[in-house]
Write a protein that binds this ligand. Structure first.
Ligand code: AGP
Length: 605
């Protein structure tokens, strides 16, 4: 997830671009760059690091009344100046948010035409494509259209060239908004960038292209047919805007999960051929691995527990899961025939890094599942697979968790195809299932208003029990952790079958019990657990994909989610638990995005 801005008008572009870009830093902050057009020349500056470091690099020049700027969240190519946007080919300059899935083949084709490339990014093929089409006689706008036609993947684009004062914007899947000023136009990934500059916006839709110049703005689809989009007035405050209108980053990130999972799938699944591949990972001699270890902390540890179920059930490979702070001190029995998977949103968690070093010391193959390109784990493990969740600002992990589980599911399929223990039809069917998940999460999110009411009823309790079975015991663990860490209410998760071995002594009318209970082979067992709680005056919230009729009269509250394959249930079931924890904390008035005593990345032991 990156941030892009553009300007075309009658005042100096530089201050508008750099200040607007700063407001988009929550979308990514690996590197930043700017391009300013002045009388047929484009000046470009790029810098690793944050926008303020770029500001420092733009000492002089950069006068002009049109330009582009970009702040990066790396997906292809480490954070560096050479990989920073804007990217250019001769007089054409581009900023991009999204993923060009077919960039390798496009790069080869362009190289064959004599093009050379300076970066490792997918984006750099776009200005070269435009120049290639223009060299074949197409005008600027037509060449942009043809280039977009060549691209597979997602994009929000800002494009300018030296010969004319024209700003082109185009969108497919990645967000892009146009700001309308008096004789001036703005483009941005999000409304926040433009608050204070205008309150009139056009939200481009997938396939829209906008051509802006001093004569006005022209909206078309990618075939060039005119389209009509309403101008909307948005009067947000700056604080509201940075969170996209949400009160907290955590709520925004809960609602970003469909997009985050879609972005994490892009470029990795081929349903028609039944293949799953990672452009950034080569697993050499995978058959040598006799056991897999998965090690992490906190929410990432819960993702590992879910990964264990997926891999053992589908690949019949033994998986050991451990908490990093325990693993690193217990002289684990790793050998060179083990694969050690380290899961970490930040890639900087001290205990997980120490676990990685212990694994290396014992000769295991280390694989990072990470959300931050260029982080320590991403750089130092033998292999890495990235989640494409974009920056997660809220301390309580939400979209990072669901994208981690998604990556582990894809990794299971990838390993299954390499070990030839999963046939193509099975892989194709499972790809089909995970492709439905963004939509199913969207449906689960539609329960938000009901969950606000639930939170009002349950915010008075000081203790909760979360119960789940099988792959949904980790889901219960994650739900309990969310409530604990942002509302400061004590919440404990147990395997539902463990109730009778102790926890049931806790049950009374002051101990709500949240059941995570899909309608699967353990459903009937859970029904008896529910009866055990009811007979002790317990207060039950049932989270299920079933109409729950056997338990309807017993439960005070039913949280309904769409059903899905067993392996993918945590992705859908965790959503109401995230929202439940968020709304209780919000009603209690805690600091949801920065809860007391916590840090987003625990880089100390
Ligand atoms: C989860 O909501 C917490 N923020 C915390 O448990 C977190 O998952 C843990 O510190 C691990 O962080 P990492 O994924 O960046 O390694």
């Amino acid at each position: 997830m990156c941030g892009i801005v553009g300007y075309l008008g009658n005042v100096e572009a530089y201050p508008i671009l750099i200040d607007s870009l700063k407001k988009l830093e929550y979308r990514g902050y690996d590197s930043a760059g700017i391009a300013v057009w002045c009388q047929g020349k484009i000046e470009v500056a790029r810098h690793k690091g944050k926008v303020d470091e770029l500001r420092g690099a733009c000492k002089n020049g950069f006068e002009g009344k049109m330009g582009l700027a970009h702040t990066r969240w790396a997906t292809h190519g480490i954070p560096s100046e050479r990989n920073a946007h804007p990217h250019r080919s001769q007089d054409v300059v581009v900023v991009h948010n999204g993923i060009v899935e077919n960039y390798m083949e496009l790069k080869e084709k362009l190289r064959a035409e004599g093009d050379t490339f300076l970066s490792d990014t997918d984006t750099e093929v776009i200005p070269h494509l435009i120049k290639s089409h223009m060299n074949k006689g197409e005008d600027f706008v037509t060449a942009v259209r043809s280039s977009i036609d060549d691209i597979a993947g997602s994009f929000a684009l800002g494009i300018i060239r030296e010969e004319e004062k024209t700003l082109i914007a185009a969108k497919k899947e990645s967000p892009l908004v146009i700001g309308i000023g008096d004789g001036e136009y703005f483009i941005a990934s999000d409304v926040p960038a433009l608050i204070g500059l205008t309150n009139r916006f056009i939200f481009l839709e997938d396939g829209d292209m906008a051509v802006m110049n001093e004569d006005g703005i022209h909206l078309t689809d990618l075939e060039g047919k005119g389209v009509d989009r309403p101008v909307q007035v948005i009067n947000w405050t700056a604080a509201m805007a940075e969170k996209g209108g949400y009160k907290h980053f955590m709520l925004k990130e809960i609602f970003e999960q469909p997009r985050a999972i879609s972005d994490t799938l892009i470029g990795r699944i081929r349903e028609e051929s039944g293949r799953v591949d990672f452009e950034e990972l080569e697993l050499p001699g995978i058959s040598r691995f006799k056991r897999i270890w998965m090690v992490a902390c906190g929410t990432s540890y819960h993702a590992c527990l879910i990964g264990k179920h997926m891999i053992e059930r589908n690949l019949r490979l033994p998986v050991e899961v451990d908490i990093a702070s325990e693993f690193r001190y217990r002289d684990p029995l790793l050998t060179t025939s083990d694969m050690l998977i380290l899961v970490s949103q930040s890639g900087e968690t001290a205990d997980t890094i120490a676990a990685m070093k212990e694994g290396k010391r014992k000769g295991a193959y280390t694989l990072a599942v990470c959300n931050v390109v260029g982080s320590t784990l991403a750089r130092e493990c033998d292999g890495v697979v990235f989640t494409h969740a974009g920056p997660e600002i809220g301390v309580a992990s939400t979209k990072a968790f669901t994208t981690q589980v998604s990556v582990l599911y894809l990794l299971m399929l990838h390993m299954g195809q390499m070990l030839e223990v999963l046939d193509q039809d099975t892989i194709r069917q499972k790809i089909g299932e995970i492709k439905k998940i963004p939509r199913k999460i969207q449906l689960a999110l539609e329960e938000n208003e009901n969950i606000v009411e639930l939170a009002r009823r349950y915010m008075k309790y000081r203790n909760f029990l979360y119960l789940g079975r099988g792959i949904n015991f980790p889901t219960a663990l994650e739900g309990a952790l969310k409530l604990k860490e942002i509302s400061y209410i004590h919440a404990e998760a147990y395997a539902a079958g463990e109730m009778k071995h102790g926890p049931i002594a806790l049950i009374d009318e002051n101990m709500p019990v949240v059941f995570v209970s899909p309608h699967d082979q353990t459903y009937q067992k859970t029904c008896s657990n529910v009866q055990e709680v009811v007979s002790r005056r317990g207060n039950i919230l049932l989270c299920t994909d079933h109409d729950g009729h056997e338990m309807r009269e017993a439960t005070d509250t039913l949280l309904h989610v769409p059903g899905t394959d067993y392996d993918l249930q945590p992705l859908v079931f965790v959503v109401p638990l995230q929202m439940f924890a968020y709304h209780i904390a919000n009603l209690l008035g805690t600091d949801v995005d920065q809860p007391r005593n916590l840090a987003k990345s625990v880089t100390v032991e």
